[in-house]
Write a protein that binds this ligand. Sequence first.
Ligand code: SAM
Length: 292
Amino acid sequence: MDKDIATPVRTRAILEKYGFSFKKSLGQNFLIDTNILKKIVSFANLTENSGAIEIGPGIGALTEQLARSSKKVIAFEIDQRLLPILQDTLSPYENVKVIHKDVLEANVQMVMEEEFHGMDDIMVVANLPYYVTTPIIMKLLEEHLPIRGIVCMLQKEVADRISAKPGSKDYGSLSIAVQYYTEAETVMIVPKTVFVPQPNVDSAVIRLTKRVQPAVEVKDENFFFQVTKASFAQRRKTLLNNLTSQLPDGKQKKEEILAALSASGIDPGRRGETLSLEEFGRLADELYTYFH
Ligand code: SAM
């Protein structure tokens, strides 16, 4: 087996060979610790008949571990300068394909249909570029892709928000959006020292396991998310205050909002951060008729 890419010595040699300079604007913080990479991959529970999607392979540190643990890896990389490097570092692995594309603009659904025929399951595994963590995760979930889940490295602060439970200071519309589609857990806290260059923030690995059905059944998904966003617009304000000031014509519809709160058994003086997903679901469905 080839020497791992993700050792400090080998990474430095690769970067020097190609005269590669990091682009901060692309969130380029590469992992140089093989043990951490192996752990990330182990959280994904891949088998020899799994497909893996990676976002941002960098110089291939994680890609290589994924290639060894799955049937096939498709990696989306935005930075053209990395393509010749990846071709070199990943040459021992025939089951890897790198696609030069901004993942936010890629037709991931189509790529999955073309590349992952007959595989048992598909996981997204990535050390995400931190400047676009949330849009990438939301894209993968909102497009209802046939994936089993996502295991990814991201800023600890975002991991805390994603896996937060009602009543905690980190609980907000992002927690609800992600937990609507998945079961979210923070599985590892990662020190800055395992990256080059070291990021300014602490990191964590989260595992998102797709639910068979969304966590709550609602009349209209978009309206449900609109209600949750409105409820957190100003955290110190009560639900009633946020809903009247944020929903369209909310001020004129105060009586209706009060009726919906009452019908869903929610005290109008509560704050958004205390409501469970089920309560938000009930509330959105009660409000729905007044706003459509
Ligand atoms: N996987 C490598 C590792 O763990 O060492 C690199 C991870 S680095 C944090 C993020 C990678 O994502 C970089 O290679 C960067 O060029 C790439 N990237 C940034 N924005 C991207 C985007 N919108 N679509 C695809 N790749 C992107």
